[in-house]
Design a protein around this ligand. Structure first.
Ligand code: AP5
Ligand code: MG
Length: 191
């Protein structure tokens, strides 16, 4: 199995690119954001608790997403590997993911980190607000908070991965197709 993190700030295109990459390379796309939104849509107790946190653009507790991922990484032998999107989001989640994978004879093979300018992130998320129905896209103050939370709590993962030789920055500016081409080129060297 070959396991990738697709990493980047809110609006950097993680979800957009993951769907296309998962299909191209036969990877299982695991997005904790999508899993949490599915809990909310299903009206579960967990979903109700998490929706307030998510609508403010704050991170949900590490244990919640770690447990969700742990349930998904067993029994997926049909895939060539995993593509983790929006997870991990803290150094603690990263260390836990490494442990979960190591315990199963796997590892994180590469972190693909999308670099996108701040104003472009805001533009993309505001553009998505009408279509997505996501409460965290509707309010510009919440978008800014998501970016702040990313800079404070998520960005340190780059150092963690860089120290382990896993960090691979990818230019995330340009068209969806151009960025897909860059990611495919980078991943083809690893797979
Ligand atoms: P999550 O769902 O992960 O959201 P996010 O990180 O804020 O990122 P987005 O999904 O908004 O952006 P994206 O990078 O996927 O971009 P996309 O491809 O959609 O998390 C939501 C919340 O859940 C968090 O705030 C937190 O509360 C909670 N959560 C989730 N995971 C967690 C975790 N591990 N720990 C704790 N809490 C967690 O693109 C955005 C838009 O831009 C789209 O409209 C797209 O069409 C457009 N677009 C994409 N690429 C381009 C391009 N090249 N040019 C023009 N437009 C483009
Ligand atoms: Mg996403």
């Amino acid at each position: 199995m070959v396991n990738f993190l697709i990493f980047g700030p809110p609006g950097s295109g993680k979800g957009t690119q993951s769907v296309m990459l998962a299909e191209k390379f036969n990877l299982l796309h695991l997005s904790t954001g999508d899993m949490l939104r599915a809990e909310i849509a299903a009206g579960t107790e967990l979903g109700k608790k998490m929706s307030t946190i998510m609508s403010k653009g704050e991170l949900v507790p590490d244990e919640v997403v770690i447990e969700m991922i742990a349930h998904k990484i067993d029994g997926s032998k049909a895939y060539a590997g995993f593509l983790f999107d929006g997870f991990p989001r803290t150094v603690a989640q990263t260390a836990e993911l490494e442990k979960m994978l190591n315990d199963r004879g796997m590892k994180i093979d590469c972190m693909l980190a999308l670099d996108v300018e701040h104003d472009e992130l805001v533009k993309r998320l505001i553009g998505r607000a009408e279509l997505s129905g996501r409460p965290d896209d509707k309010d510009p103050a919440v978008i800014e908070n998501r970016i702040d939370v990313y800079n404070e709590k998520t960005l340190p993962i780059i150092n963690y991965c860089n120290e382990r030789g896993l960090y691979l920055p990818v230019n995330g500016m340009g068209t969806i197709e151009d960025i897909f081409g860059r990611l495919v080129e980078a991943m083809s060297k690893i797979i």
